[in-house]
Structure formats: C-alpha cells, structure tokens
Write a protein that binds this ligand. Structure first.
Ligand code: ZN
Length: 133
C-alpha cells in the first residue's frame, strides 16, 4: 500500500455537511460526484496532501443509508492507495481478509476500488483504490 488516499465520512445531508466542512477546513469542496451504482453522492475536500470524502445516500438500499441507520453519521472508511489493485486483492485474500467485492469496481474520483469486510479488519472498513490511468 502506498499511503492513505482519503477518509470517508457518512453524512445525512450533503449540502449541510459541505457548509460545515467548508468552515472547518477554510476551503470549499473541490468536487462533487454521484456514483449511480452505489447510490451515493460524494464530495471531496483537500487538506494539504490529504483528502476527505463526504458520502450521502441517494437511496435506501445504499450502503451509506444502512450505515447511518445502524451507527449514525461519522467516519465510514479509510481508503488506501495501491499501485496494482488486482495484485493487492490477491495478496490480502491470501492473508485471510474477506473482500466485499470479487472484482474492482469503478468508484468516485476516477478510481478502481475494492472494500475489505470490517469483520476481518478489526471493525474498520478498508477501501483499496487505484487511480484509473
Ligand atoms: Zn472512499
């Protein structure tokens, strides 16, 4: 793994959260993007070399809606940048981690992504992401 790419935060209302995080960081979100396949709208902030992703559910079947219903708003996942997502998925499978998706999916921000099940990572939802070149 290369580095932490971003931290994902589940929010109920993106407009309200955008305003709040703009105040917190002193800078507005630089990008909003809806990922139809995941039923979420995302908003990205840059803080120096780091990124924060806010996620709002667009439908009840969205994983974000389920998460908020169960746990409320808050930190949802940590995303790690990888150079070769297929190789990293293979390696982690071999180490006994449970992958939520068998194949990388197209995520927000021009990335291929794969999630690790929190039950095999001490309760932390881990996202692997590789930039699509
Ligand atoms: Zn993410």
């Amino acid at each position: 793994m290369v580095r932490i790419e971003h931290i994902g935060i589940a929010v109920k209302e993106l407009d309200q959260a955008n305003e709040l995080f703009k105040k917190l960081f002193g800078e507005a979100s630089y990008k909003e993007e809806t990922v139809e396949s995941e039923h979420v709208t995302t908003s990205f902030f840059k803080i120096g070399p780091n990124k924060i992703e806010l996620l709002e559910a667009k439908a009840d079947e969205s994983a974000i809606a389920k998460y908020i219903n169960k746990k409320g708003e808050g930190i949802h996942h940590i995303a790690f940048e990888v150079d070769d997502i297929l190789a990293e998925m293979e390696r982690l499978r071999g180490e006994g981690f449970q992958l939520i998706n068998d194949q990388p999916k197209k995520g927000a921000d021009n990335k291929l992504v794969c999630f690790l099940h929190p039950k095999t990572t001490n309760g932390v939802l881990v996202e692997l992401c590789q930039e699509i070149k």
